[in-house]
Write a protein that binds this ligand. Structure first.
Ligand code: SF4
Ligand code: SF4
Length: 484
């Protein structure tokens, strides 16, 4: 084991100028007291949690990279086609007309997050969030490869130029790979391969998007790093709302650890028979291993991402000084104080009930969706004309959204009309696309009441789909109705 440092170097200012005024205490965990950036180079603490996280992280990297290649019934498992506003999940495409479905889906995701946080705290952040996974298990290991495993934090590491260049070269290749993987979720792998194979001159927009995404990855993983979790991510900020005193957190047991004291003091106390010491030997290993630079002994903090590195570090110390493990452990705030943890509480009952309700509504709405959506648009020209015969000629704009994946040919029929003609029919609409047909109707004047005639528009396709949609055609008020 590495010898514990006497004083954590995290307390030092990285700036060399002595005349820079220092704050009384650190404002952010990623800033030194003089306001300069505090670069984290956390000590790696091996143990059961790190082993578990490594297995999860490398499995997730395979999943994150592989998901865009997986398809269900010929459709991608996930495709977020933002320009066309079509979102595919598990082979099912949601179009802009599916606002209700998307709202239910989003609501279910939020309630799921609330539930998981109430039960397991920030398990997602420490174990599965792509930011943590790539930062801690890809970029930091590479950094250690080039800079060594020392765990000093504060200023930047001093590296020979060639070493620094090589490190950033590897980062660039990785960031390009991650940028391609990320974009595959938005454009699909086929388009992505087209972009990659073609010259940048053929796809200038795609090239700019790719370069910008790579730049963002470099900025995130090389410079901004843990600040994404501590400053930007809204999830961490909502933590105090989402967690209650019974939620699972990683906490230090002050009842067992305090009063803390260094090993040297402890042996002096033994000799003099003075103060009774707690189990914390104030070695700071739990501090120097923390990727967000906090001291878990100060209590639950927003910056804690639940990575359990402090548990692995402290357990190792406890083994060494022959004290039971778990001075820092998974527990709840209430359990740390009373020794009892209550799993069953109102929010862990209410959230699942809400989740079931929302998912049921989602399922029912989805099941009720036809293979095509039909909307009636307003015509810009005169809505109707009274013919010499006394009949009324009106135009109806029928917009058909093909919700299937294949092209379909649609026919439109209006049984109430004497005539229903359209130069647009049959209307061919590609899968996931929408198209509009202008239908000219001739209706008997008797059908109009109060200037409106109810009609039923029947839409059918060449694949057996058929559905009727109620609509009203605007027309004149006739003599008997007080109009002309
Ligand atoms: S809590 Fe554990 S790791 Fe942290 S300073 Fe105390 S003994 Fe060391
Ligand atoms: S306090 Fe512990 S669990 Fe929280 S981020 Fe730091 S090392 Fe990870």
């Amino acid at each position: 084991m590495t010898a514990p440092p006497n004083e954590p170097e995290t307390q030092r200012s990285a700036a060399s100028g002595a005349d820079i005024p220092e704050a009384e205490e650190r404002v952010l965990s990623t800033l030194n007291k003089d306001g300069s950036r505090r670069w984290m180079r956390p000590r790696i603490s091996t143990g059961r949690f790190l082993t578990g996280r490594r297995v999860v992280a490398y499995s997730l990297m395979v999943v994150f990279t592989g998901l865009p290649y997986v398809s269900v019934n010929g459709m991608p498992l996930i495709l977020l086609d933002v320009p066309n506003r079509a979102f595919t999940f598990f082979g099912k495409t949601f179009l802009p007309t599916d606002t209700l479905l998307l709202a239910f889906l989003l609501l279910a995701v939020f309630i799921g997050i609330f539930l998981i946080t109430a039960l397991f705290g920030r398990l997602w952040c420490g174990w599965a969030c792509p930011q943590t996974v790539y930062m801690e298990f890809l970029y930091r290991p590479i950094e250690r490869l080039f800079e060594g495993r020392h765990y000093r934090s504060g200023g930047r590491a001093q590296l020979p130029p060639w070493r620094r260049l090589a490190k950033y070269g590897v980062y660039l290749v990785l960031s390009m790979f991650l940028a391609h993987t990320f974009l595959a979720y938005f454009v699909g792998v086929d388009t992505l391969f087209q972009w990659v194979r073609g010259s940048p001159a053929e796809h200038p927009t795609a090239f700019v998007v790719m370069a910008a995404t790579t730049g963002l990855m470099m900025f995130d993983f090389c410079y901004f790093r843990e600040q994404v979790c501590t400053l930007m991510c809204p999830y961490g900020r909502f933590q105090s709302v989402l967690l209650d005193r019974q939620s699972l957190i990683i906490g230090y047991d002050p009842g067992r650890g305090e009063p803390r004291g260094k090993l040297k003091k402890r042996s002096d106390d033994l000799v003099t028979g003075t103060t009774e010491r707690g189990d914390c030997i104030d070695c700071h290993l739990c501090v120097v291993t923390c990727p967000t630079g906090i001291d878990i002994r100060d209590g639950l903090q927003m910056e804690c991402v639940g990575c359990a590195q402090c548990i692995d570090a402290c357990d190792e110390v406890m083994d060494r000084i022959k004290r039971p493990r778990g001075l820092i452990r998974h527990s709840s705030q209430a359990a740390m104080e009373t020794g009892r943890r209550r799993v069953l509480r109102p929010r862990v009952v209410i959230y699942p009930v809400l989740l079931v309700i929302v998912l049921t509504l989602f399922g029912v709405t989805l099941a009720g969706k036809a293979e095509a959506d039909v909307d009636f648009l307003r015509t810009r020209s005169r809505p109707y004309v009274v013919l010499d015969s006394g009949q009324v000629s009106a135009q109806v704009l029928v917009k058909i959204t093909n919700r299937t994946q294949e092209p379909r040919r649609y026919e439109i029929d209006v049984p109430e009309a004497e005539e229903a003609t359209s130069p647009d029919l049959p209307l061919t609409v590609d899968g996931g696309e929408a198209s509009t047909a202008t239908v000219r109707l001739v209706l008997a004047r008797e059908r109009f009441h109060q200037g409106r005639a109810p009609i039923s528009v029947r839409v059918s396709d060449d694949n057996g789909f058929t559905a009727a949609f109620d609509h009203h055609v605007l027309g004149p008020l006739f003599g008997g109705e007080g109009g002309s």
